[in-house]
Design a protein around this ligand. Structure first.
Ligand SMILES: Cc1cc2nc3c(=O)[nH]c(=O)nc-3n(C[C@H](O)[C@H](O)[C@H](O)COP(=O)(O)OP(=O)(O)OC[C@H]3O[C@@H](n4cnc5c(N)ncnc54)[C@H](O)[C@@H]3O)c2cc1C
Ligand code: FES
Ligand code: FES
Length: 471
């Protein structure tokens, strides 16, 4: 922004069809904004950390569809220039939508606390997929907890509603984004291109670099922290791009997991299966691939498969330009990375699978849906005949960082993937890892589970069906 331009003093967006402005700090939660400032109390607060879905709203950004998102971990900063729909905005001319009607007729609500969130999540589903299969309905509900009705009547009501003619959705004209908004001592910057982002990152290395906010929003809620300066990556053109060549895919860092999922389903089906278990629809529609890497969690689900696939990431700063490194070299120690304070992650590049290559990733968590991994194992093998000529194995949940199992890999390379090499690879895991015990799993469990995943890979590679317990 040039020096003469004054920062805007309110967040401006479309709320239930009308353009509104609220002079709230950009780090106010979207949930507080709609409940306390807009007086719309249909959106509920349950867990306040993205887990229960009671606060689900629909958010439309740019030309995209309306997508379910958790208002409790979203900030007002993420609303400027968007369209937000709360449960109050669903009625047309005072009439309930077919879904609301079917929920009421089918006994799909008892105490009703979860109901607005469930209606919003399922509305998002039906708008995108007017004839959802039962599995799609369950997927859409993975981020919504109902403690008293049970899900069967909710699923049945969704099927009834999906048969009704969907109401046409009026798309509001979105107000233009403002590059800087300052309210109550909190400043939000919304650069539209990489040059602008790098300039701001260089000038304010301590500002909160906000992508989808699904990690930052939880941390903010947990520690009741305020943010004085926010630099958003959500509108940076280069970070929103997905490009493909014959040999690789490149995902901009601000591409969401829903967008990654829609892209990779054919090329990496095993990765797609993992992403369907990444949080919930609400989390995947906001959470980004760059945020998952930037947060550097030892149990993040993105890094193990990306490392096993041989991904590189491109970092950039205004002072030193761009550099690319292998993702496995990015993680240095617990939550410590090779990224300098003035750098950002621009993109992640994944080699496409070639003939003779095999890729699998397996996630073990306490709960099948909406849970972070206890152990995640990812395996990439290149076969020459029956022999493994190259191999990368990466685990999450086994060390302070997502990490390759090089000793284990060495027991497989140059051999067939048979019971002997597999046993040796499992034994070698103790040279690669000495995991911690925590509430997700003991060290002993983690070692056994990591070994079992190598055995599962061998069965999978041999085309044998393995009966796998979800947990
Ligand atoms: C209920 C719930 C369920 C979840 N389930 C899963 C799960 O199953 N698996 C899993 O792995 N994770 C899960 N997560 C964690 C989270 O959703 C992911 O890590 C997500 O990918 C984070 O992306 P984001 O865009 O929301 O990041 P943000 O919260 O915006 O940012 C996270 C960190 O990355 C940094 N960052 C963001 N973009 C960049 C960039 N371009 N360059 C440098 N740094 C950057 C930020 O500064 C911040 O430090 C879950 C979270 C919640 C709340
Ligand atoms: S209040 Fe539980 S997900 Fe938002
Ligand atoms: S109806 Fe009571 S929690 Fe779902």
């Amino acid at each position: 922004m040039n020096a003469e331009t004054k920062a805007a003093e309110a967040i401006r967006f479309v709320l239930n069809g009308k353009t509104v402005e609220f002079a709230v700090r950009p780090d106010t939660t979207a949930l507080d904004l709609v409940r306390l400032h807009a007086g719309l109390t249909g959106t509920k607060e349950g867990c306040a950390e993205g887990d229960c879905g009671a606060c689900t709203v629909l958010l439309r950004r740019g030309d995209g569809p309306r997508q379910a998102a958790n208002a409790c971990i979203m900030t007002a900063a993420q609303l400027d220039g968007t369209e937000l729909t709360t449960v109050e905005g669903l009625k047309h001319d005072g009439a309930l939508t077919p879904l609301q009607d079917a929920m009421a007729q089918n006994g799909s609500s008892q105490c009703g606390f979860c109901t607005p969130g469930i209606v919003m999540a399922l509305t998002g589903l039906i708008e995108e997929n007017p004839e959802p299969e039962e599995t799609a309905i369950h997927d859409a509900l993975a981020g919504n907890l109902c403690r008293c009705t049970g899900y069967r009547p909710i699923v049945e009501a969704t099927k009834v509603a999906a048969k009704a003619k969907p109401a046409s959705i009026a798309r509001s004209v979105l107000p233009p984004l403002r590059s800087e908004i300052a309210v109550g001592g909190c400043v939000l910057h919304q650069p539209g291109d990489l040059a602008g982002l790098l300039e701001l990152r260089g000038r304010y290395p301590d500002a909160v670099l906000l992508a989808g906010g699904t990690d930052l929003g939880v941390a903010r809620a947990d520690y009741h922290s305020g943010w004085d300066r926010i630099v958003s990556t959500a509108h940076v053109r280069e970070l929103r791009a997905i490009t493909a060549t014959r040999d690789e895919w490149t995902f901009g860092a601000a591409v969401t997991w829903e967008e990654v999922l829609a892209t990779v389903a054919d090329d990496y089906p095993s990765l797609a299966t993992l992403i369907r278990r990444f949080g919930s629809t609400q989390i995947r529609s906001m959470g980004t691939i760059g945020g998952n890497i930037g947060t550097a969690s030892p149990i993040g689900d993105g890094p193990p498969p990306l490392i096993a696939l041989g991904a590189t990431i491109t970092l950039a700063s205004r002072a030193d330009g761009e550099r690319s490194i292998l993702l496995e070299d990015f993680f240095l120690d617990y939550r410590k990375t090779a990224m300098r304070p003035d750098e950002v992650i621009i993109s992640v590049t994944l080699p496409r699978l070639k003939d003779g290559e095999l890729f699998r990733v397996y996630k073990l968590s306490k709960r099948y849906d909406q849970d972070i991994s206890t152990v995640c194992g990812a395996f990439w093998l290149r076969m020459e005949g029956d022999t493994v000529s190259e191999c990368r194995i990466a685990y999450g949940g086994m060390a302070a960082i997502p990490k390759r199992a090089k000793s284990s890999e060495n027991k497989i390379i140059g051999r067939p993937l048979d019971s002997e090499s597999t046993r040796a690879a499992v034994e070698a895991l103790s040279d690669d890892f000495s995991p911690l015990s925590d509430w997700r799993g003991s060290a002993e469990y983690r070692m056994k589970a990591a070994g079992a995943l190598i055995q599962r890979l061998a069965h999978d590679a041999a085309g044998e069906t393995v009966e796998v317990m979800a947990l």
